[in-house]
Design a protein around this ligand. Structure first.
Ligand code: FMN
Length: 307
């Protein structure tokens, strides 16, 4: 067992928000999903105060090494989530982390306060890849914006708050430091990188209904590694590292770069059991790396404690 922000987890692999629909998976696989759930904690897709339709189609573009999505965060809104999704997600055999987003700090504070009262929720993840309607700045692209967000949200809950950083900014590490100084318990990175594809039938026109979208998958793995390492050099709070993880080796690399947990996102679309496969591979590697560690000296200290 490991401990992350005080939450006990069976292993260090979780899902990336929005990349594994546990409710649909249970419909497809039945209770077998619960008997052998692929992740140590479940991170929900982003919930907003009001329902959202998401972006017009097409919403996906396949790349040589990943994809671009412009799903646009469709969701039922807070009331719909509390009434319909939360009771089903509470039946999962692992802790639930709810990911929330708002277009003003007060909206995020309202969402956080609503989930603060729910015993089913172990922690909250703040998706800061959204412009503040008042300032026009991405809440996660500027350390001052992130600090103001934390100041609004932190007093509203005693539950762990994880800030999901955006890579689409000058310095994710500076944003992570601001989040830590203003009360965040952890950070998660990377979210998708802004990208676009041209419609093959309409030169110069975007393929995606949203115009641009978010690049994910193997194409972003090297960027994730660099950013996790940079963030680890700036903060002491735990890190959930993700971006292009397809194998236990990739997960190990992120852990060695300074992550405490690893998120698996795009790979779950190819292999819904990817989380379990990677966790098992990591377990086998752990036994080996302890032997290697004994020969080469002690491992670097980690924030997450092993029991
Ligand atoms: C289809 C899709 C939907 C996503 N939805 C969300 C979301 O709702 N909220 C969020 O914070 N991140 C979302 N993400 C970002 C992922 O959680 C993750 O940060 C990113 O994809 C990088 O990991 P990966 O390369 O393993 O996919 C989404 C990614 C994809 C591909």
């Amino acid at each position: 067992m490991i401990s992350f922000c005080g939450i006990k987890l069976a292993h260090p692999i979780v899902n990336g928000s929005g990349t594994f629909d546990a409710i649909a998976a249970r419909r497809a696989f039945g209770d077998a999903l619960l008997d052998d759930f692929p992740f140590a904690a479940f991170v929900s897709k982003t919930v907003t105060l009001a329902p959202r339709q998401g972006n017009p189609p097409p919403r996906l573009w396949e790349l040589g090494a990943g994809m671009i999505n412009s799903i646009g965060l469709p969701n039922k809104g807070l009331d719909g989530y509390l009434a319909e999704d939360l009771p089903q997600l509470a039946e999962l055999p692992v802790p639930l982390i709810v990911n929330v987003m708002g277009s003003a700090p007060e909206d995020v504070a309202t969402l956080v306060a609503a989930f603060a009262e729910r015993d089913e929720v172990a922690a909250l993840e703040l998706n800061v890849s959204c412009p503040n309607v008042k300032t026009g700045l991405l809440m996660g692209a500027d350390p001052g914006e992130t600090a103001a967000l934390l100041d609004a949200v932190r007093p509203r809950t005693a539950k762990p708050l994880i800030v999901k950083l955006t890579p689409n900014c000058a310095s994710p590490a500076a944003v992570a430091a601001a989040a830590e100084q203003h009360g965040a318990d952890g950070v998660a990175l990377i979210n998708t990188l802004r990208g676009m594809a041209i419609d093959p039938g309409r030169p110069g026109e975007p393929w995606l209904g949203g115009g641009t979208g978010g690049v994910s998958g193997p194409a972003v793995r090297a960027i994730a590694l660099a950013q996790v390492r940079e963030v680890r050099e700036r903060v002491r709070i735990p890190i959930v590292g993700m971006g292009g993880v397809q194998s236990a080796r990739h997960a190990r690399d992120l852990l060695d770069a300074g992550a405490d947990l690893v998120g698996v996102g795009t790979e779950s679309f190819r292999d819904p059991r990817a989380g379990a496969r990677i966790a098992a591979g990591l377990g086998r590697m752990g036994a080996n790396s302890r032997m290697i560690g004994a020969a080469t000296g002690p491992a670097r200290p980690r924030i997450a404690q092993r029991d």
